[in-house]
Design a protein around this ligand. Structure first.
Ligand code: NDP
Length: 295
């Protein structure tokens, strides 16, 4: 009886967090945040919540009305969360998407985006990649690509070229970030079509880092990239993660990329940044990343 009561007390003392998405059953976020909570001895619960595609606002309202403290937001709700938040961090505003909601002391809801920080931390801290002065090709211009442009530019890359199937979307990202953060004058920041990439490759242009931020790997498809693309020691990085190497990573290996990595590390690092925002303590990530790689 006493034990039951104290378990009940503990449960009711737990701060509630969740990830909203559709689909969501595949999400690794509950496992990651539960591991962070154990490691940092934070009393919290974290669940995955499936919402109907037109049901973000109603679902989020209900969740926060229960006194919940924060949430992650994944496909297809990152734009809904941008609108739902009471205030936005500058990074979320510029990314045009929110993946983290955090209840503030005055009860208002802050919207932030940790995807870009997650990518840069994975590249630099986990993979040991030096972004300073690197020549980077970002393939894709959807929500995820937009979220990683600013941290790549501020990490000091010397060149960031964005190529996308629909060229206008890549050009649009250049316009947005030129205006918003005015990259350093020595940074080469431009859009390229598939044809431009073929010409650059023929002229001998090579990249230290090629990031696939398209969802093409989901359909086992490949953007039409030239084979001569990778500089010596280059890293090919696919934002998507899967149990087996994605088609992009298999192709990159075949055409000479020295290293390949998928987006599992980014997932864990964006989660750690969300956790730090909520709880004021940054968890270590190596153990859970190693565990997830084995499952
Ligand atoms: P969006 O739907 O916003 O954008 C999709 C992008 O992929 C667009 O640039 C689109 O081009 C392009 N694209 C789609 N299919 C093809 C194809 N067959 N050939 C070439 N280009 C294609 O998706 P997101 O930006 O949200 O997500 C992109 C990827 O990033 C997904 O795989 C997602 O899982 C992953 N991701 C991983 C995260 C992590 O933590 N590891 C975090 C967030 C996302 P067009 O503009 O022409 O339609």
């Amino acid at each position: 009886m006493t034990t039951n009561t104290s378990i009940q007390d503990n449960l009711s003392e737990k701060d509630q967090y969740a990830v909203f998405g559709n689909p969501i059953s595949h999400s690794k976020s509950p496992q990651i945040h539960t591991s962070f909570a154990e490691q940092t001895q934070q009393l919290l619960s974290y669940e995955a919540i499936l919402l109907p595609e037109d049901g973000f606002e109603a679902g989020a309202k209900e969740f926060f009305a229960q006194g919940s403290k924060g949430a992650n937001v994944t496909v297809p709700f990152k734009l809904d969360a941008l609108v739902f938040a009471n205030q936005l961090t500058p990074i979320a505003k510029r990314a045009g998407a929110v993946n983290t909601l955090a209840v503030q002391e005055d009860g208002s809801l802050l919207g932030h985006n940790t995807d870009g920080e997650g990518l840069v931390t994975d590249l630099t801290a986990n993979l040991g990649f030096n972004l300073q002065g690197a020549k980077v090709l970002l393939v894709g211009a959807g929500g995820a690509a937009r979220g990683v442009v600013e941290p790549l530019l501020t990490a000091g890359v010397s060149q960031l070229i964005i190529a996308n199937r629909t060229p206008e979307r890549a050009a649009n990202l250049i316009t947005i970030f030129q205006r918003l953060i005015a990259p350093h004058a020595s940074t080469h920041f431009s859009a390229a079509t598939w044809q431009d990439l073929a010409s650059l490759s023929a002229q001998g242009e090579r990249f230290d880092l090629v990031i696939n931020a398209t969802s093409s790997s989901l359909s086992d498809d490949l953007p039409p990239l030239p084979e001569a693309l990778f500089a010596p020691n280059a890293l090919a990085y696919d934002l998507m993660y899967a149990q087996e190497p994605t088609k992009f990573l298999r192709w990159a290996k075949e055409v000479g990329a020295a290293q390949q990595a998928d987006g599992l590390g980014m997932l864990v690092e964006q989660a750690a940044a969300s956790f730090a925002l909520w709880r004021g303590v940054k968890p270590a990530t190596a153990k859970i990343l190693a565990q997830l790689k084995q499952t």
